[in-house]
Write a protein that binds this ligand. Structure first.
Ligand SMILES: *[C@@H]1O[C@H](CO)[C@@H](O)[C@H](O)[C@H]1NC(C)=O
Ligand SMILES: *[C@@H]1O[C@H](CO)[C@@H](O)[C@H](O)[C@H]1NC(C)=O
Ligand SMILES: *[C@@H]1O[C@H](CO)[C@@H](O)[C@H](O)[C@H]1NC(C)=O
Ligand SMILES: *[C@@H]1O[C@H](CO)[C@@H](O)[C@H](O)[C@H]1NC(C)=O
Ligand SMILES: *[C@@H]1O[C@H](CO)[C@@H](O)[C@H](O)[C@H]1NC(C)=O
Ligand SMILES: *[C@@H]1O[C@H](CO)[C@@H](O)[C@H](O)[C@H]1NC(C)=O
Ligand SMILES: *[C@@H]1O[C@H](CO)[C@@H](O)[C@H](O)[C@H]1NC(C)=O
Ligand SMILES: *[C@@H]1O[C@H](CO)[C@@H](O)[C@H](O)[C@H]1NC(C)=O
Length: 846
């Protein structure tokens, strides 16, 4: 019953199925389909208001004035957001029909009561959010069955005590968030001993005012992160949290004054934790003064990391902090007024030092140089920080230098960096104002990662400024206003695996040889670079490339050969270009390793010429990303239609038409060829049939038509023409050389003058006659004539020396025609006499 995205195809494909030219009024049909479509959608909307994000799995029903679970949520649903609906009371088995749920959000549902077994059956539920409900009554078995629950969020639920919370059965619980309630005691109830996997307990902004010995005794899990920030803690008993190892203890905004904080920390001696967070909130500043000794108590704690947040103007030099900080490995100073650092003691243990949102004007390179153990230094998000002189001295162990998100303008001197921080592996100068780079032959030999994104770079693009960074693996120069002009821009980067350079430009908007030697490259981002052309060679040496992002350019496509070189490619992002189609060659060459291909927002040509591609796209939906944004640009009648909705059948129809018309033309051509070849026979047939009709009406002019080979002309003249025509009785014979009418086709003559006007046909058979194709043809005509005209009869005159076998073969078929006279001529006086008599009588016969 839910609105499913597939239902719109029905109407669109309906339109698409129309013959492309034959459709009388496509606009009417579109209008009609759209109307039906929207109407159907509206009906669906009113039936079910929930948003189906993933069909059958994820549903969002926020703020719909629902007082119960909508009946149409299928029991396969795994994620359900019911927030901002007035559900009121959760009775038993409230959610039982939705037994597959893994995520359930009930934020602000005005839930006051949760009765026993309200969540019965939800044995796979992992996350339950009850934020902002006035939970006045919770049945003892309210959370029964939630054996898989890992995360319970009950922020702002008017809870007064941990004792009232029936969560002892939630044995999988890892995170319990009870912030913004009225809980006034940290005394953990007995049931916490069942929560073996609890990692995170948030009691922020409650009413806890004291921490006493034994409060955390019930805790059985190790490595807990305990957040007590925004509780107004007045009293901490000595050794209250001793004997327990915490992952993190957060006491931000917990103390009314510096004095109370100092005394409290004193009583926390013996604390054993990885991390301790102290300080204030920006809007609630309680610590008015921050005297020097305030943190001295930290000397007696076993901590790795200390974070100090939001201290007021009293702390403007690291000197104002306790020397104890030197005992810790990690110091994070966030949102402080620190402007300067003083010399740290030589034996300081600080390895990681972080200043975020401080007040530096200049990177305190020299002063920090006394931190011989320093591995990583971060000075970030400081808008006042504009200067960077690379005069670190002997920070042999420094590997990470993060100076991102400041306002630095600096000339980067590789040589100076190499002197001060020779082992630097990570340098982040992103989001600053301007960095100038020089081509130098003394780079940082160990540098592996460099991030310069969103900082204007001078020098890069024209000069080989990365020349001596042979170990650099990761380089980000995205959006640095770099115009790549030199082929040698990336010279020297032998180990580079990741190059991100989105949002820059290339000379003439062409990518030619710049990337040629980066043969270890695995990830390349050249999106948003206004590229219009990529030469075939530009990517040819990138055999290791896994990810290529060339989105947001103006490319018409890649050279089909280009794919051949990219045989390791798994991700290709080609979205927002001007691609119209992937050619058959492209598709053939597409690397088999490809898992993720984004071709959305291109200018697709959805005409049947590209059927191959369109079909491929449908078959490879899993490979393609953002298919909903693959939109046809042409032909006109399909503009803005989704490529995936293209109806392949509409092309197949025309394929059939093409096939039919093809075969028709083939037949036509064949017949033309046949007509051309047998033109003569056809013509003869026509004349023959035409002649037969008339033969009855016409009287014979000749007594006989003589067929013979021209090579027997002499014999014919002597023995037939002279003897028969001159003799008594005198016969009239028809000879082609004498009686045929000039200018009339021979075949017409043969039939009209010969057969039609003669009573008989005399065929003079000799070896010449049998050899001649013409005579054979005449014979054929004569025979068919005889077939058609029953009156006609033939006289065969066989001359001496004729091959009898051949004759038998030729005339075999007609031997049964008894009325034919068969005469043999032999050159002797007696025979001639007999022959003549026989011939005369044959001619007179009939
Ligand atoms: C919410 O539904 C109730 C009845 O279930 C109705 O009385 C109330 O007017 C509805 N509120 C809104 C804002 O639609
Ligand atoms: C709970 O999840 C498991 C594994 O994901 C699954 O096999 C089982 O069918 C689910 N139980 C319910 C009631 O959906
Ligand atoms: C403690 O938890 C942190 C993250 O919460 C984790 O990184 C660390 O490995 C855990 N240590 C132990 C000993 O479980
Ligand atoms: C610290 O412990 C002492 C001795 O138990 C106690 O008198 C004092 O009030 C405690 N201070 C604070 C701030 O809790
Ligand atoms: C550093 O040396 C000072 C004396 O110079 C000493 O008091 C302090 O305990 C030492 N700190 C460490 C962490 O060794
Ligand atoms: C560099 O710093 C910026 C801003 O703090 C951050 O977004 C980016 O991820 C950092 N770069 C690397 C490679 O860690
Ligand atoms: C590529 O490397 C070869 C030799 O390794 C060198 O001759 C050529 O100049 C380099 N080309 C570019 C563009 O870096
Ligand atoms: C490619 O870059 C664009 C923007 O430059 C970004 O939106 C997109 O997510 C990137 N694609 C991939 C696969 O990372």
């Amino acid at each position: 019953m839910f609105f499913s995205p597939s239902s719109n195809c029905v109407f669109l494909s309906f339109h698409w199925k129309m013959p492309r030219n034959g459709c009388l009024c496509p606009s009417l049909i579109i209008t009609f389909s759209l109307a039906v479509f929207f109407q159907s959608q509206m009906i669906i909307r009113s039936l079910n208001p929930c948003l189906e994000v993933i069909p059958g799995i994820t549903y969002k029903c926020m703020e719909l004035n629902l007082s119960a679970i909508p009946p149409d949520i299928p029991n396969s649903a795994q994620s359900l957001d019911l927030s901002f609906n007035p559900l009121g009371i959760l009775t038993s088995n409230y959610f039982s029909p939705l037994f597959a749920l893994k995520f359930l959000d009930l934020t602000r549902c005005n839930i006051q009561n949760i009765e026993d077994n309200a969540f019965a059956g939800l044995c796979n539920l992992s996350v339950l959010i009850l934020t902002a409900n006035p939970l006045h009554f919770l049945g003892a078995r309210a959370f029964h069955d939630l054996t898989s629950l890992k995360r319970l969020v009950a922020v702002q639920t008017e809870l007064y005590s941990l004792d009232n919370l029936p969560i002892g059965q939630l044995t999988s619980l890892q995170e319990l968030n009870l912030g913004n309630n009225y809980i006034d005691s940290l005394k953990l109830p007995e049931y916490f001993s069942h929560l073996l996997f609890l990692k995170f307990l948030n009691l922020q902004a409650n009413k806890i005012s004291s921490i006493s010995v034994g409060d955390l005794d019930a805790l059985s899990s190790q490595n807990l992160t305990l957040v007590l920030s925004k509780n107004d803690i007045k009293h901490i008993e000595v050794n209250a949290i001793a004997g327990l190892h915490l992952q993190k203890l957060s006491l931000r905004g917990c103390f009314e004054s510096s004095t109370i904080m100092q005394a409290s920390l004193q009583n926390l001696t013996g604390l054993y934790a990885n991390s301790l967070v102290l300080g204030d909130y920006r809007n609630i500043k309680k610590l008015q003064t921050f005297s020097k000794g305030i943190l001295d108590a930290l000397c007696h704690m076993r901590l790795q990391e200390i974070t100090l947040i939001c201290t007021n103007g009293d702390v403007d030099n690291t000197d104002d902090l306790s020397l104890c900080l030197n005992n810790f490995s990690t110091i994070r100073l966030v949102d402080t007024y620190i402007k300067d650092v003083s010399n740290f003691p030589e034996n300081s243990s600080i390895r990681h030092l972080e200043f975020k949102d401080s007040r530096f004007r200049q990177v305190p390179s020299v002063r920090l140089s006394s931190l011989k153990e320093l591995r990583s230094l971060h000075i970030t998000r400081t808008k006042q920080l504009v200067e960077f002189e690379e005069d670190f001295q002997g920070l042999q162990k420094l590997e990470t230098l993060d100076l991102s998100q400041n306002a630095l303008t600096a000339d980067l001197c590789w040589l100076c960096l190499r002197k001060g921080v020779p082992n630097l592996k990570y340098l982040n100068l992103s989001f600053n104002v301007r960095i100038s780079l020089e081509p130098e032959c003394y780079g940082l030999p160990k540098l592996e990662m460099m991030d310069l994104q969103h900082t204007t770079l001078s020098g890069a693009g024209e000069l080989p400024v990365f020349l001596c960074l042979p170990n650099l693996i990761y380089l980000d120069i995205s959006h640095t206003h770099t115009n790549i002009q030199s082929e040698c821009t990336f010279c020297g980067l032998k180990s580079l695996q990741v190059l991100k350079m989105a949002g820059n430009t290339f000379e003439n908007n062409q990518l030619l040889n710049t990337l040629k030697n980066l043969s270890s490259l695995r990830i390349l981002d050249i999106s948003n670079c206004r590229l219009q052309y990529l030469s075939l060679n530009s990517l040819a040496s990138l055999h290791e490339l896994r990810e290529l992002n060339i989105s947001h350019n103006k490319l018409l496509g890649l050279h089909p050969e280009a794919y051949v070189h990219l045989q390791a490619l798994t991700i290709l992002d080609f979205h927002s270009n001007q691609l119209s189609v992937l050619t058959e060659k492209d598709l053939q060459n597409l690397p088999s390793s490809l898992k993720n291909l984004d071709l959305s927002q291109n200018l697709f040509d959805c005409s049947c010429d590209n059927l191959h591609f369109l079909q491929w796209a449908k078959e490879n939906r899993n490979l393609l990303r953002h298919v909903e944004n693959m939109i046809c640009h042409s032909p006109k009648h399909l503009r803005d239609a989704r490529l995936m909705n293209f109806d392949l059948a509409s092309c197949r129809v025309s394929t059939a038409t093409v096939a039919i018309s093809m075969s028709i033309s083939v037949v036509l051509v064949l017949s033309l060829i046949l007509v051309y070849k047998y033109y003569f026979h056809l013509y003869y047939l026509a004349v023959l049939l035409g002649g037969r009709r008339r033969s009855a009406e016409e009287d014979s002019v000749y007594d006989a038509f003589v067929i013979y080979s021209s090579r027997d002309q002499e014999w014919v003249r002597r023995e037939l023409e002279e003897t028969l025509e001159m003799g008594v009785p005198s016969f009239r014979l028809c000879f082609f050389y004498r009686d045929f009418i000039p200018g009339v086709p021979v075949i017409t003559n043969i039939i009209k003058q010969g057969f039609q006007s003669s009573r008989k046909v005399i065929t003079v058979v000799s070896s010449h006659f049998l050899e001649s194709r013409w005579c054979n043809f005449e014979l054929e005509v004569a025979q068919s004539w005889q077939l058609l005209d029953s009156k006609a009869s033939m006289i065969w005159v066989v001359l001496d020396g004729t091959d009898k076998a051949v004759l038998q073969r030729k005339l075999g078929l007609f031997r049964y025609l008894r009325r034919n006279t068969y005469l043999v001529w032999k050159d002797s006086e007696l025979n001639r006499h007999i022959f003549l008599r026989q011939l005369r009588s044959a001619l007179l016969n009939g």
